[in-house]
Design a protein around this ligand. Sequence first.
Ligand SMILES: [Zn+2]
Length: 229
Amino acid sequence: MVEHHLPDEVLLEYAAGAADPGHALIVACHLTLCPTCRQTVASYEALGAALTGVSTAISTPTANEDTLVARIMAGVDPTLPSETETVELPSTDPPASPHDAVFPWPLQQIIGPFKRLAWRRRLPGLRTFDVAISGARTVIRMIEAGPGMKVVGHGHTGLELDLVLAGGLEDLTRGGEFERGDIQRADADVTHTLEVLPGEPCLLLTVNEGPFVPDGLYSRLVYRYLGWS
Ligand SMILES: [Zn+2]
């Protein structure tokens, strides 16, 4: 069961159609896994419809996804370089059944299925894939890190949102464990270290409003190498 949710302000922006494409993507993915946030977004949409006098039915989660994906896909620029890959426009054909069991459908429509992702190996046990969506003011990245790996100490220059898609993550500084569907979030007031839980690699969709602020020399070296600071 999902225990860690998205901030209300991000859900509100999403419901209003005003979210950054990176935030819209992570919201859409979280909504596929979280009935609580789905309900919150539905209530915001109903409120918006009431306030504007527009009589519309409350969107179903599926309708939300489709609208969102259409919005994001409009921003996917196949010529925009990521570190190693050019993101291709996803097919608008109906998904093959069954869906990818790892990537939520909104994500799969943009970067394809998990099994075919062209990862870039960065360190032993660590691979990443940068998601390029034009118009995004956020850094959107897939990260897979092996059991026991640490996301060494770092602060933030803006909001950080991580959606766990496989495995688990622990915040060693603030406490709390995050598993599939959970959102780990931090902002400019937070400096923390995260660690992948034992057992299996942790797969994350991460969306950052700005680069990391390394905490200490080792952290500075690591993040400079990765290009994340
Ligand atoms: Zn939620």
